[in-house]
Design a protein around this ligand. Structure first.
Ligand code: TRP
Length: 343
């Protein structure tokens, strides 16, 4: 690991020397499109995120930390332009158009909608995505092994089956399960399909409560009260953006809310079996570095994270009256209300 860092720093140094040389000799000149340049001739990375919900901020921080640790320091060796669409898909287009019109050297796109928009704007500039649940269904890559174009990155694919196995250990009596998700998020749809297969195999009934925007969440949750024994959400950005709207309803009705990401447990979901998003952000940064150093994204397989853990919110457990078996608690990462990124 240490060795890699040294090699990376050397490569970075050489890349910078090349840039300077090209600037002096007038060669290269990727910026001669008349667009405004940022911070002289430093390579520029645009980072675009669909919103600033807890998980996406964790990912961005991990990316920036790893880049800095490897010598890609904002304002010194690179320029990093971070832009959040604040949950508005329409903002994504403006941001991605800005990045491409300024001919940035790389785009790092956090979450599926950001990556889709970035690819819609450029098939030339390398795009490294982070936390895209299903990059093939999202039509970002040809395959996980051989992405093919200018895009590759990390996936946070999780399995509804594994989460439901945990759910049935924590709350063994569940027979009906509500499914809350946004219909326009392709990242949610494949996980919901997985849930339905699992339910059919285990004699569970799924009651769907689909939404089109976060403002419908409270009503969607309310519609499930009295009909389901538990509620499930995939890795859905709309749900993650508005966690309190749903947890207030479900906690009051003492319905366990099984989610798909650690951040959603921090923000008041009950439990999940999910990946480590800091590790995912770190991996994204390492891929970005390799591409900046010359690797072709089209030949670089999409990476996933094997580090899966149980996450439980013990304050929620208390509110909904669920006692957590000691053997599960011993393996779990425990959160309480104090961990919420929404506080
Ligand atoms: N996987 C989501 C996507 O593909 C993004 C995401 C990352 C996310 N972490 C999350 C969504 C946590 C909800 C909760 O768009």
């Amino acid at each position: 690991m240490k060795k890699m860092t040294t090699k990376r720093q050397l490569a970075m140094f050489l890349a910078l020397m090349m840039t300077l040389l090209m600037a002096f000799t007038g060669c290269g000149g990727g910026d001669d499109d008349g667009a405004e340049d940022t911070d002289g001739d430093l390579p520029t990375i645009g980072i675009v995120s669909i919103s600033d919900h807890t998980s996406l901020v964790m990912i961005r921080d991990a990316i920036e930390e790893q880049l800095a640790a490897d010598g890609y320091i904002d304002g010194e060796t690179v320029t990093i332009d971070y832009q959040s669409a604040q949950g508005q898909a329409s903002n994504l287009k403006t941001i991605c158009q800005k990045f491409t019109s300024k001919n940035y050297d790389m785009i790092i796109a956090i979450a599926t909608p950001s990556a889709q928009m970035a690819l819609g704007e450029t098939t030339e500039i390398p795009i490294v995505f982070s936390a895209v649940t299903d990059p093939v269904s999202a039509e970002l890559v040809d395959s996980m092994e051989q992405p093919g174009g200018n895009v590759t990155g990390t996936s946070d694919a999780v399995s509804a089956s594994q989460i439901m196995d945990l759910a049935r250990k924590l709350t063994p009596d569940i027979k009906t399960i509500g499914a809350v998700y946004c219909t326009s998020e392709i990242n949610s749809l494949s996980v919901i399909e997985d849930l339905k297969v699992y339910a059919a195999e285990h004699d569970l009934t799924v009651v769907e409560a689909p939404i089109t925007t976060g403002s419908e969440l409270k009503d969607a949750a309310t519609s499930l009260v009295g009909k389901v024994d538990a509620v499930f959400s995939p890795i859905d950005n709309e749900v993650a953006n508005s966690m309190p709207a749903i947890t207030q309803v479900l906690d009051a009705a003492q319905i366990p809310f099984y989610v798909s990401a650690d951040s959603m447990v921090m923000d008041g979901g009950f439990a999940t079996y999910g990946i480590n998003y800091v590790a995912l952000g770190t991996e994204t940064a390492l891929m970005a570095e390799d591409i900046l150093e010359g690797t072709d994204p089209g030949t670089m397989p999409v990476r996933t994270i094997d580090d899966l853990q149980i996450y439980i919110n013990t304050d929620v457990a208390e509110r909904i009256g669920v006692e957590i078996p000691q053997d599960i608690l011993d393996q779990a990462t425990v959160f309480t209300d104090d961990n919420s990124g929404n506080n």
